[in-house]
Design a protein around this ligand. Sequence first.
Ligand code: LLP
Length: 421
Amino acid sequence: MDHFLYKDGALHAEDVPVADIAAEVGTPFYCYSTATLTRHFRLFDEALDGIPHLVCYAMKAASNQAILKTLAQAGAGMDVVSGGEYLRAKAAGVPGNRIVFSGVGKTRDEMRVALEGGIRQFNVESEPEMQALSEVASSFGFEAPITVRVNPDVDAKTHAKIATGKSENKFGIPIARAREVYAEAARLPGLKVIGIDVHIGSQLTELEPFRLAYQKVAELTEVLRADGHEITRLDLGGGLGIPYTRSNEAPPLPVEYGELIKETVGHLDCEIEIEPGRLVAGNAGILVTKVIYVKSGEGRDFLILDGAMNDLIRPAMYEAYHDIIPVTEPRPGVEQAKYDIVGPVCESGDTFAKERLMPPVSEGDLVAFRSAGAYGAVMASEYNTRPLVPEVLVHEHQFAVIRPRPTFDEMINRDTIPEWL
Ligand code: LLP
């Protein structure tokens, strides 16, 4: 459920007409709903009621500080994957002891930044990384709390580019080698083993892969405890999918996911962390764009928008489907038109949808991409020297620009010309 609904014939974000925001901010822009963000966070938080837990929002999904602050105030911790994300979370007011650091290629500099600023735990992904963290932590007099990310060799049954839990993927250490690696971790100075980490992929639409992975983590917990390690925390990753279409796909609900967690690892007396990103932010954001032209082509009409692949890369990159709806509510029973929906960028990949049926729209009309809150703005670029798309946050009847559109001067003046030119 989200808070982007038609009221009085116009699409609203909570209580604000989307067209009012467009009039003030211009298009394209991302628009997020505070109520949807906090609702989705709470669904996870409540799903884990009864067991000690922390929901660490995977901020890679949407990392504007206003979003982070909204979620942190609701009680979220953060999952970060770079020094930049760590500093951004801190800047938004998240304390270090609520930040977990994931990622396959943490540098020594990033480790130091997090150790100095305070960190809940590092999710270590390889032996060389473990060695490096041991060196950095001990040379600066820290003891770094760690989990080791295990790769359970489970098929997440999702798009190949976002599956991470098969043995051929670059993530984690093979679960079969876990005992060796934990023994090494216990020997190294500057490290304190506290738990196990797993994350098998994103946009999972079934619970079964999670079940297989979490059962393996439960078995491993017992084995490692028998080996003498103190396993008190399990980080179970993110990945629960969202419905991108309102009709056919219905991924499991957070409450069902929570039940599964309790069934598989609830008896182990561990603190549980989860790292959802997409389900928190995905349906909490839309991308609003304007129709520049409607162009008649051979056997099809093209809807040429002022939003492009640089603003929302998911369709070009993962063949992702996003619902595209007019901001003015269509008349009931209006006959659908068929469009190829494209942006103005100079490549054929700048196509959002082919032969999409939707209510007819005309030049100057606003259209909204639904489910664009996660992996939307964060993956945007300035390709074609298009300004980085701005972001707006709505709260009931108010809205605020949380990242302004850069001016052309700002963009152009970032380049520096060497003196020999
Ligand atoms: N934890 C780790 C270690 C991750 O790598 C990810 C996502 C998450 C948590 C959050 O997963 P979520 O709950 O959002 O599924 N750009 C792609 C998605 C990449 C996901 C990368 N890792 C897309 O637009 O579909």
